[in-house]
Write a protein that binds this ligand. Structure first.
Ligand code: PHE
Length: 434
């Protein structure tokens, strides 16, 4: 049995795994479609402003809490007071709820890879997507398959599982992404897509855009459910947290922009609309692929890219709970992974059925899948981030000067951690609950 407190083999392994956690469906599926809904470049500018300033603070805080306490989420809160255990437990609970809809999308991706290989002549991808998501057997099977792939790596432990998966999948991801960008930029009228991404129309700015950008930034950086706290707790030596945080933010943002550069030129080249929402990747893009020579190869490459990103993120979502089970329930890593597999399946299966047989079952007016997405992204992740800032700033008394050399910036960090970010998060929660 692997001991309960493993460590990363190197600083590089830690950064790669954290970037692997951050870069996921949030970058390639969610970011382009939200950008499409909010009018392109202007959203990008608002998003960049938020991710480079406000998000840096909770990101450093989450990594630092893990590193300083050397505990998983529940233990980190418990180290201040046993009564705070419950608050810490909200992290793995959030992770289980996120995985339950994230893995459904992971299942769709695997299905589209298979589709690329069997290459049927699909004429109408909107219809295909609806039929597939309404078919109870196939959605369940693919969801469980995706969950199984991710849990397989967490069950194997830090070095043989998590590091191995990131070492293989992240380079694969980067290579395919660059290849697809070259392909996309060579399509006729590709420049229109670039214009849409980089030429802002500031008249489209609106308050909801700021909230959408902040919510997206927290989600894409994996802040607010304990994944990075757990990864931070596996850091042993004194490694610079701020440098790691910058690397994570920089790489995540770069990959999100690259995903846009891959997707928008293709969309504009085919005269399609960029604001088709969540179906952008599963309906609009496959439609484009089906119209180009050897499109199924491009489609396979694209969905392989998505699966690589989703697996490395999915692993980190699961690891927060696996670590909590190992340390709280004193189970082996294997047993913790099996337990988590059973728990996540029991929620993910109903979520995957919520587009078909369970579509009439709603919670607070939403289908199960939509409710899980809404409850985690708009409520639980901001709430956990709020608790984290309070834990780090007020209880553990984490100060900017511990990692930042510039005194002025360190002071701003302290102010941000104790006041500014918590106030913004309370506001976000208020709006999210309305
Ligand atoms: N950041 C991941 C993405 O962009 C999702 C994620 C959320 C991963 C929370 C871990 C924790 O897809």
């Amino acid at each position: 049995m692997e001991n309960a407190r493993p460590n990363w083999t190197s600083r590089f392994a830690f950064i790669l795994a954290s970037v692997g956690s951050a870069v996921g469906l949030g970058n390639i599926w969610r970011f382009p479609y939200i950008m499409g809904q909010y009018g392109g470049a202007v959203f990008l500018f608002v998003y960049l402003a938020i991710i480079l300033t406000i998000c840096f603070i909770p990101l450093v805080a989450e990594l630092a809490v893990g590193k300083i306490t050397q505990k998983e989420c529940i233990g980190a809160y418990e180290s201040v007071s046993p009564k705070l255990k419950i608050i810490g437990a909200l992290n793995p609970i959030t992770g289980i709820l996120i995985s339950s809809f994230y893995f459904v999308v992971g299942g769709w991706i695997i299905n589209y890879i298979v589709l690329g290989f069997i290459n049927p002549s699909v004429n109408d991808y909107a219809q295909y997507f609806t039929n597939f998501t309404q078919n109870p057997v196939s959605t369940c099977v693919y969801t469980i398959l995706f969950l199984f792939i991710c849990i397989f790596f967490t069950a194997r432990g830090i070095k043989k599982g998590i590091e191995f998966a990131n070492n293989v999948l992240m380079p694969l991801f980067a290579v395919i992404l660059v290849g697809l960008i070259i392909f996309s930029l060579n399509l006729p009228n590709a420049y229109q897509g670039l214009e849409y991404m980089f030429k802002p129309d500031f008249s489209k700015i609106c308050p909801q855009m700021f909230l959408a950008a902040l919510g997206q930034a927290l989600f894409t950086l994996s802040i607010g459910m304990g994944a990075l706290l757990t990864y931070g707790s596996y850091i042993k030596e004194d490694k610079s947290i701020t440098k790691s945080a910058y690397t994570i933010i920089f790489s995540d943002t770069l990959f999100a922009i690259m995903a846009g550069i891959m997707i928008f030129p293709a969309i504009f080249s085919f005269g399609l609309e960029p604001n088709s929402g969540a179906g952008l990747v599963f309906v609009t893009l496959p439609h484009i692929f089906s119209q180009i020579p050897h499109g199924n190869i491009v489609a396979i490459a694209f969905f392989l890219l998505l699966s690589a990103a989703a697996i490395t993120s999915g692993i980190s979502i699961l690891e927060a709970s696996v670590a909590a089970f190992i340390e709280r329930l004193h189970l082996s890593r294997m047993k913790s992974s099996i337990l988590l597999f059973c728990i996540v399946s029991s929620i993910a299966i109903p979520a995957s059925l919520s587009f078909g047989v369970l579509s009439s079952f709603t919670i607070a007016g939403r289908g199960i899948f939509d409710f899980l997405d809404f409850a985690t992204s708009n409520l639980l992740m901001p709430l956990n981030t709020l608790f984290l800032c309070i834990l780090a700033g007020w209880f553990l008394k984490i100060k900017g000067k511990m990692f930042i050399n510039n005194e002025f910036i360190a002071k701003i960090f302290d102010l941000g951690l104790k006041f500014i970010v918590p106030i913004i998060l309370v506001f976000l929660l208020y709006i999210g609950l309305r």
